[in-house]
Design a protein around this ligand. Structure first.
Ligand code: EPU
Length: 426
């Protein structure tokens, strides 16, 4: 398996263009199954999670064509089965959106229990509760969830916790149900709004996405459309954190600054200068950061998907920072890897205490999961010497051309085969 080899110490300067949002793309691709015509989806990120979602659709009979680097054309009218291929589906989290989409299309979906990053227990009970409220029943057999309904009927659903996945899955199932579905305590993330906008462009009747009450008035038909996915909030935040930590002056293009507010607020507190433009942010930092306390929360709070990257930046901040993870049970597994760089971090349950050190020292480390991998890149960019990062397949699930993008803003980063990487580290 290839590795990333990174020599730290370079200032980052120039421009980087952000790709389409992973967590919107992995919902919008299955949502196309609900359409009665061909859809063109633009601003699709070129990442392995998206490739797998497209492959699932293709194996189910859809015609999926890459029109150009970032545009997919999908003809869902030839989908001939309600069963998502097991091996592909169990390899990623987003495959659970096939449950809602296929249930909406066929009143029947058979989909593997989802995979994805190991962040502690990640149940799907709220998804299933929503489907049942709409009139479906489910069984679990051989790792597959089999959910079906004689008829889907709008219902009032109160989610026990704020969950992005269940909110979007219920929207998918309800879009073509009979009558009105009300989702209370809904997630408000930008990709929830993006999915609602996509469904509405196809002819759905969804109101309130972006607030905590979403109303879905079921419609009988959805038409083929062209739609452009929003920019990736977390990819943008990752580059912002990297510039903050390594020092430099970078314009991050193709972003929606409003989606970055919670990240911007914390970076300002850390002493970083941020200028906002219509669809760009400029980040200027001398690499000397102030301590900062952070608590992850559902949107518009600080996103859990930025927690490891910001922790990496805080390892060399002036003073002691506290990070509280309140979304997932176990999102501090990367801390052991950060310690290999000389970071001083102690974890007690959902709290990490980071004592800023003078500098990090290069080390061989691994990406435990997607955002943990991004944190390793940031630490390596700051560390003295040459680091290598293993298990980069996790990073490539969610970051398009990460080596090329960092190299273009001045990072000393390359992808190397295991043999070529080994000799030079340290
Ligand atoms: N939860 C339940 N029951 C459910 C659903 C969720 O208990 O039925 C709990 C989860 O265990 C978690 C909390 O509710 O403690 C929130 O989970 P949520 O459903 O919001 O997360 P998710 O759908 O599993 C998506 C993203 C994650 C992102 C979270 C939070 C996708 C494919 N994944 O996960 O993305 O962290 O929302 O914003 O969209 C990532 O991109 O790195 C990533 C992990």
């Amino acid at each position: 398996m290839d590795k990333f080899v990174i020599t730290g110490g370079n200032r980052l300067t120039g421009e980087v263009k952000i790709s389409g949002a992973k967590n919107a793309a992995v919902a919008i691709i299955p949502a196309v199954a609900l359409s009665d015509g061909i859809c063109r989806i633009e601003n699709i990120p070129n990442i392995t999670d998206v490739t797998k979602m497209s492959e699932i659709l293709r194996e189910m009979g859809a015609k999926v064509k890459l029109v150009n680097r970032s545009t997919l054309e999908i003809d869902p009218t030839t989908i001939g089965t309600c069963v998502a291929p097991y091996e592909l589906a169990r390899g990623l989290r987003g495959s659970y959106y096939f449950m809602g989409a296929l249930l909406g299309k066929f009143k029947h979906a058979v989909v593997a229990m989802p995979g994805g990053c190991d962040l502690g227990v990640r149940p799907i009970d709220q998804h299933l509760k929503g489907f049942m409220a709409l009139g479906a029943a489910y069984t679990l057999d051989g790792g597959m969830v089999d959910v079906q309904a004689a008829q889907l009927k709008g219902a009032h659903i109160y989610l026990d916790m704020v969950t992005v996945g269940a909110t979007m899955n219920i929207m998918l199932a309800a879009a073509k149900a009979e009558g009105t579905t009300v989702i209370e305590n809904a997630a408000k993330e930008p990709h929830v709004v993006d999915l609602a906008n996509f469904l509405n462009t196809m002819g759905a009747d969804i109101h309130g996405a972006g607030t905590d009450v979403i109303k879905v008035h079921g419609v009988s038909k959805l038409k083929g459309v062209t739609y452009s996915i929003i920019p990736d909030q977390i990819e943008a935040g990752t580059y912002m954190a990297a510039v903050a930590a390594a020092g430099g002056d970078v314009v991050i293009q193709n972003v929606i600054p409003k989606h970055l507010e919670s990240i911007t607020a914390k970076l300002l507190e850390m002493g970083v200068t941020i200028e906002e433009y219509d669809d760009a942010v400029r980040v200027i930092s001398d690499g000397k950061l102030n301590k900062c306390n952070i608590k992850t929360m559902p949107h518009p709070g600080f996103p859990t998907d930025m927690q490891p990257q910001i922790a990496a930046a805080l390892t060399t901040a002036n003073g002691t920072s506290m990070i509280t993870e309140s979304v997932f049970d176990n999102r501090f597994r990367y801390v052991e890897e950060l310690k290999r760089f000389g970071a001083q971090i102690s974890v007690d349950g959902k709290l990490a205490v980071i004592q800023g050190v003078d500098h990090l020292t290069a080390a061989p480390v691994k990406a435990n999961d997607l955002r943990a991998g991004a944190a390793m890149i940031i630490a390596a960019l700051c560390a003295r010497g040459t680091s290598q990062i293993d298990e980069i397949q996790h990073i490539e699930r969610g970051y398009e051309n990460v080596v090329e993008k960092f190299a273009a803003i001045g990072a000393d980063i390359r992808r190397a085969s295991a043999e070529n990487a080994a000799v030079k580290v340290g």
